[in-house]
Design a protein around this ligand. Structure first.
Ligand code: SAM
Ligand code: SF4
Length: 353
């Protein structure tokens, strides 16, 4: 995965291979850790804060349609990035399946030589309508988000009565041969941490790759609290108490997950601990937002305007040179939990997780 020439290298020597492309900032869910706009979300945070934090919430101004990159623009940006050494593309959002005719874009991207891995992250709610078209278009890998197996808790977390639909989508993805099917669960103390073992068991029984993710300060209300983070080490200890696990060797040095297989049964789990065990030193990702801004870190406070360049008639060569200059500036690391931490300018739904 990390071979072949690449001119996207930052000032810390990291070679960038992974581009996450957000297709829209809109979403049909309102997850408590991302777009906490529901009453249930407000109540949850109020219970922890006493009153909501004084730091200003991020004003959710949806990107106007005219600022969204078109499929042609996305394809061109991806092609230039792949020519420079990007090998992995993940389509995300917001909710990527809200983007009209998304399979047309997948088809165009799948045809670009040099992409070794084309994947998508989705909440799965609209997946049954698009599943076959996406598969035919060339999508091979999928990650779903599923933070609860309890109907009411699922609704509390996402703002939507959607558990049955998402479970159906996961099952359908497996039937259609998407491989692997990953399932992401953000574990938050006092919200769904009591479901950790049940989610792992679900992954084992359904032969899924479960990923447990620490809660990061990227919610639009800026209501994140360190106390709500269940550290990766604690997640692992609990899982090891319940299941017999063996470590899985990870061939990709830039992987974010520490992986474990079940000694009894198939399926595997991974723990992604960006808060308590940062992996910035081997991060190989950059992001392109739905409105055409390049972000070199989830926690970047500056964005680089690719859209203007694309629309001003820049050549591929000019765009390539510009991108090399942008990635050179990639931040060394995030500063979560430190006195100098400055929250990202946009929420996860706008950045593209
Ligand atoms: N809407 C799609 C979905 O939910 O899968 C794709 C976009 S979503 C922003 C991508 C991933 O980011 C999801 O797996 C979600 O759980 C994760 N995410 C969102 N906010 C987060 C936060 N504050 N901390 C950790 N992960 C977060
Ligand atoms: Fe939407 Fe995904 Fe954010 Fe949930 S995590 S609100 S599904 S973008």
């Amino acid at each position: 995965m990390t071979t072949g020439p690449c001119s996207l290298i930052d000032s810390h020597g990291r070679v960038l291979r992974d581009l996450r492309v957000s297709l829209t900032d809109r979403c049909n869910f309102r997850c408590l850790y991302c777009l906490p706009e529901t009453e249930a979300a407000q109540n949850f945070y109020r219970g922890h804060w006493g009153q909501m934090p004084e730091s200003k919430p991020i004003l959710q101004q949806w990107v106007p349609k005219s600022s969204l990159l078109s499929f042609e623009e996305i394809e061109r940006a991806v092609r230039v990035a792949v020519d420079l050494g990007i090998q992995k593309i993940r389509l995300t959002g917001g909710e990527p399946l809200l983007r009209h005719d998304v399979e047309r874009l997948v088809e165009r991207l799948a045809a670009i030589p040099g992409i070794l891995d084309l994947a998508m992250t989705t909440n799965g709610f609209l997946f049954p309508q698009k599943a076959r078209a996406l598969r035919q278009a060339g999508l091979r890998r999928l990650s779903f988000s599923l933070d609860s197996l309890d109907r009411e808790n699922f609704r509390k977390i996402t703002g939507r009565n959607g558990l049955a639909a998402v479970l159906e989508s996961i099952d359908l993805a497996q039937q259609l041969g998407f491989q692997p099917v990953k399932v992401n669960a953000v574990i938050i103390r006092g919200l769904n941490d009591h479901e950790l073992e049940a989610l792992a068991e679900f992954g084992r029984d359904q032969q899924l790759a479960m990923r447990f993710i620490e809660f990061m300060p990227l919610d639009s209300a800026r209501a994140w609290l360190k106390e709500l983070v269940v550290p990766g080490r604690e997640l692992l200890e609990r899982l090891q108490r319940r299941f017999s696990l063996r470590p899985v060797a990870e061939p990709n040095p830039s992987s974010t997950a520490k992986r474990w297989a079940f000694n009894e049964g198939s399926g595997e789990i991974g723990i992604i601990a960006p808060v308590s065990e940062p992996f910035c030193g081997h991060c190989n990702r950059i992001r392109l937002t739905a409105d055409g801004k390049v972000r070199t870190c989830l926690f970047s406070v500056i964005e680089h305007d690719l859209r203007s360049l694309l629309r001003k008639g820049a050549s591929d060569e000019q765009i390539g040179k510009w991108l090399e200059g942008v990635v050179y500036q990639k931040e060394a690391r995030h500063h979560i939990g430190e006195a100098d931490f400055v929250p990202a300018s946009r929420s996860m739904s706008c950045i593209g997780g």
